[in-house]
Design a protein around this ligand. Structure first.
Ligand code: FAD
Length: 407
């Protein structure tokens, strides 16, 4: 009697997982950032019983923008939100690079219709919070668990046991560490090691376009103002061009705040960009609140997966944001990981994880390097290797064959 009651309760709670798990392993995604949300959305669409554990109690619309290149929009197409994003975002005709002091044009990289035709999808800039909310909305809300900070992971060989800061536990067949630059899963695989502070910070502020109207200046839809050791990237984050956004890169020798960001000020911005032209001065004048973030990196990791654990996004390859490709790489990772699991069959997860790493490592490491050097699109160059990439169409390289060839 007690057993029957237990069975009824168990089946009621786990029916869906049991039905799907006839063929598919259960998956836990740690972190519902842009990488984790992309992975979970794609896994759930493919029929994997996927639970998502996020440490934050909820998400807020933080003041930040993001570029989504055509390479990311192709993944958004698969998730089913490409059209909504196209409506939500700004569609810059170009990425302009200009000298911060003289205003001289350094490069004009065509986007707009050119990007659609040449790279196969739109190039948009959007509010990060709006993008994130839309992605999180795609998830099965019953399987999205907020306030779950992973503290410990125990890969027992036949399953993984996760322990959260609130004292609860959960199990899964496979665990994806999408838990960012300070990943607990990375630490479990590779040991404790703080990320590298790059020596640069980024200021972020959203500016009301209405306020800018008082200045008789041309505010381009997407422009990066550069000088020797610093820059300011500026773009609209909404399709109606009501919100303009800047993000900087400014040298600062130490970061001792112990938090992921601090408040900055107009005075600090004026000092950092005192030689820059009138557009940048107007943006600083119109700044109401501005935050300052340390830019963190890691060298390429020697290990992305072990047994039932695998990393993606900033957990695997955090980078300076100077190509605007950090989150995009996390999204590409998510798509490639699911593609590889479908290719090998998820029961062969060791092969799937190695196929995934093998087909992502070189590209992610190259993007990390160019981001570190901060040279991207400063001069005219062909961005096709980044924007034209289609994670679903690129031929898969087989690690076994390649290793033999290289031996
Ligand atoms: P994250 O976004 O860091 O998400 C990790 C998630 O895991 C978070 O929600 C976190 O709360 C959660 N988490 C962490 N630890 C735990 C735990 N123990 N248990 C449970 N949950 C946990 N990229 C672009 O593509 N375009 C841009 O324009 C761009 N601009 C940027 C500007 C700045 C100033 C910065 C700093 C970065 C920028 N990036 C940009 C980079 C981008 O933000 C990151 O690369 C991206 O957020 C990585 O996504 P992720 O999902 O891997 O990690």
């Amino acid at each position: 009697m007690v057993y029957t009651l237990f069975l009824v309760i168990f089946l009621t709670n786990h029916q869906e997982d049991l039905i799907v798990s006839n063929t598919k392993p259960t998956i836990a995604v740690i972190g519902a950032g842009l990488g984790g949300a992309a992975a979970a959305a794609l896994l759930q669409k493919a029929g994997y019983p996927t639970q998502v554990y996020e440490q934050a109690p909820e998400f807020a619309r933080l003041g930040a923008g993001i570029h989504l290149g055509p390479n990311a929009m192709k993944v958004m197409r698969r998730i089913g939100i490409e059209d909504q994003l196209e409506r939500m975002g700004s569609h810059p005709s170009h990425w302009f690079s200009r000298d911060g002091e003289t205003g001289e044009y350094l490069s004009r990289i065509p986007l707009g219709d050119f990007a659609k035709e040449e790279y196969g999808a739109a190039y948009i800039t959007v509010h990060r919070g709006d993008l994130h909310a839309l992605m999180v909305d795609q998830l099965d809300q019953d399987r999205l668990h907020f306030g779950k900070r992973l503290e410990k992971v125990d890969d027992q060989g036949d399953q993984v046991v996760m322990t959260f800061a609130d004292g609860t536990e959960a199990t899964a067949d496979l665990v994806i560490g999408a838990d960012g630059v300070n990943s607990v899963i990375r630490e479990h695989l590779l040991g404790e090691e703080a990320p590298i502070y790059s020596g640069w910070v980024a200021h972020r502020a959203i500016i009301s376009a209405e306020k800018l109207k008082a200045y008789d200046l041309d505010f381009e839809a997407c422009v990066k103002w550069w000088s020797g050791d610093r820059h300011m990237m500026v773009y609209y984050v909404t399709g109606d061009h009501k919100e303009y956004y800047y993000v900087t890169g400014v040298p600062e020798p130490d970061w001792n705040h112990g938090t992921s960001f601090v408040d900055s000020s107009r005075e600090e911005m004026r000092a950092a960009f005192k030689n820059y032209g009138p557009e940048v001065q107007a943006l600083i004048d119109c700044t109401e609140t501005v935050t300052k973030w340390p830019l963190l990196e890691r060298n390429p990791l020697p290990l992305w997966h072990d047994n039932r654990l695998v990393l993606l996004g900033d957990a695997a390859h955090p980078m300076k944001p100077h190509m605007a490709q950090g989150a995009v790489m996390a999204i590409e990772d998510a798509a490639m990981l699911v593609r590889c699991m479908e290719t090998t069959g998820a029961e062969n997860y060791a092969d799937a994880f190695e196929l995934y790493r093998f087909n992502r490592f070189e590209r992610a490491s190259r993007v990390q390097k160019v981001s570190h050097d901060n040279t991207w699109l400063r001069q005219n160059e062909d961005p096709a290797w980044v924007f034209g990439h289609d994670v679903y169409e690129v031929p898969l390289k087989d690690p076994k064959t390649e290793v033999k060839e290289n031996a």
